[in-house]
Design a protein around this ligand. Structure first.
Ligand SMILES: NC(=O)c1ccc[n+]([C@@H]2O[C@H](COP(=O)([O-])OP(=O)(O)OC[C@H]3O[C@@H](n4cnc5c(N)ncnc54)[C@H](OP(=O)(O)O)[C@@H]3O)[C@@H](O)[C@H]2O)c1
Length: 353
C-alpha cells in the first residue's frame, strides 16, 4: 500500500494561494538515491521567484503576474530559463536524517544526520538542476535526493539552525570564490541584512577581508554584530560614505538603483559580483565605467562541490553563526512566505517539518 506524507505542493504560478498543504505519496529512493526524514528546511527567494514567475523572460512575465499564463513545462521559466513542472514540492535548504537508501548507496549513510547540497550537476551547464525547483525539495516530511548531494554533518546545532546555511551560505561562498576575495580586499555588501548578505559578511571575515555592509533602516547593529567593519544605511549619504573607502569588490544581491553607485565606487581593476537582483533586475550600464576602470563583472549561480564542502567545514569548526529569524510549521507555509516577503527581519525563516 502507498504510504502518504504531509507536504506543501506548489500548484502553479501565482500568489500564496498556489501553495497547498496536503498529503502525497512518500517517495521511494531509486538507485543512487537516499530517503531523508526532513528535520527543517528554510524559505528562500528562489521559492518565491519560482512561484511568482520572476525568473521568466520579459515576454511572458505579465501573463505570469496576472495569472493568465497557461502552464507549459517546456516554456515556463525557472531560474535556468527552462521548464518547470507542477505540482512541485519546493524547498532547497534540507537538513535531516537518512532513513532509507537505494541500490548502490553506501550503507554507512543510513541514520546519518545530513545537510544537502542542492545542485544536481551535469557536464552541460544548461542541464544543471536545483533541488526544490526542477526536482522535489524539502517542504515535506520526507524527500529523496542523490546520495552524492548529502554531507554527513557533525555539529551541536539544531536542524533548524543548520537549515539556515545551505542555499544562502553556499551562494555567498561561491560569490567570494568566483570574486577571488582575500585579506587584501575591501568588499562592499549590498543587501547585507538578508540571507546571502549576512552570509557574505561572515564568510568575507573568515577570508580576512575588510567589510562594508549596506543595510536598510534600523539594521545597522545586526551587521556590526556579525563582524562588518563599517555599516551604512542605504540613504542619501551612501555615495559620500562609500567615497571614503578604497573598495576592491562589490558583492551585490540587490541590483536596481544601487547598481551604478556600486560600479562607481569600485577602484580600478575592481570586481563586481552578483547573485541576485531583488531590487530590480533591469539596470542601465554606462560602459565607460566598466571599460576605463578595467572592471570585471561576475555572475554567480552554479557552484562546484568544493564550495559546499568548505561550507560544511566552517559549520563543523563553529566559524559561522546561525541566524534564525522565525520558525513556522509546514502547515503554515503561506504565512511563512508572507512573513519572508515583508523583509522586516534579520537572517532566515525556517520551516520545522
Ligand atoms: N543566483 C543564485 O544562486 C542565488 C542564490 C540565493 C539568492 N539569490 C538571490 O539573491 C537575492 C537575495 O537573496 P537573499 O536570500 O539574501 O534575500 P533576502 O534574505 O530577502 O535579503 C535581501 C535583502 O536585500 C535588501 N533589499 C530587499 N529589497 C530591496 C530593494 N528593493 N532595494 C534594496 N535592497 C533591498 C534587504 O536588506 P536591507 O533592507 O537591509 O537593505 C533584504 O534583507 C534574491 O534576489 C535571490 O533570489 C540568488
Amino acid at each position: 500500500m502507498t504510504q502518504l506524507m504531509n507536504a506543501v505542493i506548489l500548484t502553479g504560478f501565482g500568489g500564496p494561494e498556489k501553495l497547498v498543504y496536503t498529503q502525497v505519496p512518500k517517495p521511494i529512493p531509486k538507485q543512487g538515491e537516499v530517503l531523508i526524514k526532513v528535520g527543517a528546511c528554510s524559505v528562500n527567494n528562489t521559492d518565491i521567484n519560482t512561484r511568482t514567475g520572476w525568473y521568466a523572460a520579459e515576454d511572458s512575465f505579465q501573463d505570469i503576474l496576472q495569472d493568465t499564463k497557461v502552464n507549459d513545462s517546456n516554456n515556463s521559466a525557472c531560474w535556468a530559463q527552462s521548464g518547470i513542472e507542477f505540482p512541485r514540492i519546493q524547498g532547497a535548504d534540507i537538513v535531516g536524517q537518512v532513513v532509507e537508501i537505494g541500490l548502490d548507496v553506501d550503507p554507512k549513510l543510513i541514520s546519518q544526520r545530513v545537510i544537502v547540497d542542492s545542485w544536481i550537476r551535469d557536464e552541460t551547464l544548461d542541464d544543471y538542476q536545483y533541488i526544490g525547483s526542477e526536482l522535489n525539495g524539502g517542504f515535506a516530511e520526507y524527500t529523496v535526493v542523490p546520495a552524492t548531494n548529502v554531507y554527513p554533518i557533525n555539529s551541536s546545532l539544531s536542524d533548524i539552525e543548520l537549515a539556515t546555511f545551505p542555499c544562502s551560505y553556499s551562494t555567498a561562498e561561491n560569490m567570494l570564490t568566483k570574486g577571488r576575495i582575500s585579506a587584501a580586499d575591501m568588499v562592499v555588501v549590498m543587501g547585507a541584512s538578508g540571507g546571502v548578505g549576512s552570509a557574505l559578511i561572515q564568510l568575507s571575515k573568515i577570508r580576512g577581508a575588510k567589510v562594508i555592509a549596506i543595510v536598510g533602516a534600523n539594521k545597522e547593529a545586526f551587521a556590526k554584530d556579525l563582524g562588518a567593519d563599517y555599516v551604512y544605511q542605504r540613504d542619501q549619504q551612501l555615495a559620500s560614505n562609500l567615497d571614503q573607502h578604497q573598495i576592491t569588490v562589490a558583492l551585490d544581491v540587490v541590483g536596481g538603483d544601487y547598481f551604478n553607485l556600486l560600479l562607481k565606487t569600485l577602484e580600478p581593476r575592481g570586481r563586481y559580483v552578483s547573485c541576485g537582483a531583488i531590487g530590480n533586475p533591469m539596470v542601465s550600464l554606462d560602459l565607460r565605467n566598466l571599460i576605463y576602470k578595467d572592471l570585471e563583472m561576475i555572475g554567480a549561480t552554479r557552484l562546484e562541490p568544493d564550495v559546499f564542502q568548505r561550507l560544511v567545514g566552517y559549520i563543523e569548526t563553529v566559524l559561522l553563526k546561525p541566524l534564525v529569524a522565525k520558525v513556522f510549521n509546514l502547515s503554515e507555509m503561506k504565512e511563512a512566505q508572507k512573513f519572508f516577503q515583508s523583509k522586516l527581519f534579520f537572517g532566515k525563516v525556517v520551516i520545522n517539518t
